[in-house]
Write a protein that binds this ligand. Structure first.
Ligand code: 0L1
Ligand code: MG
Length: 256
């Protein structure tokens, strides 16, 4: 499959909420996979979406173990993926969403490869990432998940803080008030600043205003409709969203 064809198939899978079979793409190298990712993101931009951020994946042992891989990967975020803190997210069009707690950096200046990456950061915040692999059962090869824009689906960011101290902060993920995962920002490459440096190296230059998701502090958990999800990062506060299934309700009404 060439880059354009696989990008189209992944895009269609996301739009239709119907997964592809993993392992069938023939993709074997990461350079080719990032070409597919660029073509996939370009399709979103052609539909009027705007780039808002950069994300890192597989930055924690928990995620690497969960998905059976051992390499840092990166993807792109757009305005269509953004959910306001405390907002509602219709998950009826998603395939099998999962959620993970993260920390986010906001760039006040251009982030360039080399130099002090923190100098480009204006604020940090707790964040939630909703991932949704376009491959059946979240089963894919490393090049395939890169091609799939690292399973990016949605994200929410809490209040921004100008603090710079992100090391070793406790992280809590709750679904409907029940703690489902606990971790520490130390799980993110040992310190989220390492993720920022990786973003500079792998994605730079990144423009002021860009949001960078540093990667998950815990494993990701399934996110059904009708769920209130909240992440707390000690010292940074909380970020939350509630899922709903508006699309499904509409279909049910049409079928009735
Ligand atoms: O955000 C991430 O950690 C990358 C997720 C890609 C793999 C997955 O679907 O879990
Ligand atoms: Mg993530």
């Amino acid at each position: 499959m060439n880059a354009g064809t696989l990008a189209e198939a992944l895009d269609r899978a996301a739009l239709d909420g119907r997964p592809l079979a993993g392992g069938a793409s023939g993709l074997t190298d990461t350079a080719g996979a990032y070409e597919v990712q660029s073509a996939l993101v370009a399709r979103r931009l052609a539909r009027g979406e705007r780039l808002t951020g950069f994300k890192l994946g597989f930055t924690s042992q928990a995620k690497m173990r969960q998905m059976g891989v051992a390499d840092l990967i990166h993807g792109r975020l757009t305005d269509r993926m953004e959910v306001p803190d405390g907002g509602r997210l219709d998950v009826s069009g998603l395939i099998h969403p999962r959620v993970e707690p993260e920390v986010a950096f906001l760039l006040g200046d251009t982030l360039l490869p080399g130099g002090d990456p923190m100098a480009a950061v204006s604020a940090v915040a707790p964040a939630l990432e909703v991932i949704d692999s376009r491959y059946d059962g979240f089963r894919f090869s490393l090049p395939e998940v890169i091609a799939d824009n690292t399973s990016a689906a949605h994200y929410a960011v809490g209040a921004w803080w100008t603090t710079r101290d992100l090391g070793g902060l406790g992280v809590l993920l709750e679904l409907d008030g029940r703690t489902v995962e606990t971790g520490s920002t130390a799980a993110i490459l040992g310190h989220p600043l390492r993720a920022l440096a990786a973003a500079a190296r792998l994605g730079g230059p990144l423009e002021p205003g860009t949001v960078i998701l540093a990667g998950a502090a815990t494993a990701a958990v399934p996110l059904p409709p009708g769920t209130h999800v909240r992440a707390t990062v000690a010292g940074l506060g909380t970020v939350a969203l509630t899922t709903e299934a508006v699309g499904t309700a509409d279909v049910a009404r049409e079928d009735a």
